[in-house]
Ligand binder design. Structure first.
Ligand code: XBP
Ligand code: MG
Length: 242
């Protein structure tokens, strides 16, 4: 029985990394007068480090910055990056992945409780989710509220605590190996809908792996029409918990 669904954000609900976060990080380098720029391939490698501030610190240490300087500079750059990315969110430039709205609407129609567990910062997570979904999520836990980020399960444990649930009948929807390990670490089933950055991740322990959510809903006379095979639906998620 499907008791709840917990969504990841970056790479899952939204394809936000290549043309969103990466661009915001490069704006923060430019604003600081630094020559560094993360191209698409470099950023893909850095995504192994979860947390934008931690990703910056890792990069700066790797470029030979002394530890204290790397920590201080990462904090400064990440604050700037978060302002830029929040502005991108508020300008409506971070769209949902195709098929996400259909799945969320389908779960809402069946009164399946939905939650969010993300590594991203609350500053931008809130306006992003509010802008796309209103107040449909019963609880949202972000990287701002936990000390250990994915692949640690802390963010999922926090959601389960707020929801008053155990892992039984709860499915996480993720996009990456880091997210998969966090969800499994919290005792959840996990469906991975990978993307151009995470298709090469080691995902063999996932309960289901897809490369897309399926097409957007097709409405005929104001109601959804059945979709061709391969679309992720509430029924698929219920089958994963069986
Ligand atoms: C993905 C992350 C985040 C984003 C950047 O989070 O690791 O750090 O890349 O956002 P998830 P911040 O897939 O768990 O949603 O700069 O705010 O960390
Ligand atoms: Mg993700």
């Amino acid at each position: 029985m499907l008791r709840a669904v917990i969504f990841d954000v970056d790479g899952t609900l939204v394809d936000s990394e290549r043309d969103g976060h990466r661009v915001a990080f490069n704006l923060s380098f430019a604003e600081a007068g630094m020559p560094d720029r993360w191209d698409v391939e470099t950023y893909g490698g850095l995504l192994a480090i979860t947390g934008g501030r931690q990703r910056l610190e890792h990069y700066l240490l790797g470029r030979g910055r002394p530890s204290i300087e790397a920590t201080r500079l990462a904090e400064h750059l990440h604050a700037s990056k978060t302002r830029s990315f929040t502005a991108m969110v508020e300008a409506g430039t971070i769209p949902l992945r195709p098929g996400v709205e259909r799945l969320v609407d389908g779960l809402a129609a069946q009164q399946v409780p939905m939650f969010v567990a993300t590594t991203g910062s609350r500053d931008w997570v809130e306006p992003l989710l509010r802008g796309h979904f209103g107040s449909i999520f019963e609880a949202i836990v972000t990287g701002s509220e936990v000390s250990r980020l994915k692949p640690h399960p802390d963010v999922y444990h926090r959601v389960l605590e707020l929801a008053g649930l155990t892992g039984d009948g709860v499915v996480a929807i993720e996009d990456s190996a880091n997210g998969l390990h966090a969800a499994h670490g919290a005792g959840l089933r996990c469906v991975v809908v990978c993307n151009s950055y995470t298709g090469g991740d080691e995902l063999s322990v996932a309960d289901l792996v897809l490369d897309q959510f399926g097409p957007p809903a097709r409405r005929l006379g104001g109601r959804d029409v059945p979709l061709p095979g391969g679309a992720l639906t509430a029924e698929t998620l219920a089958a994963v918990t069986a």
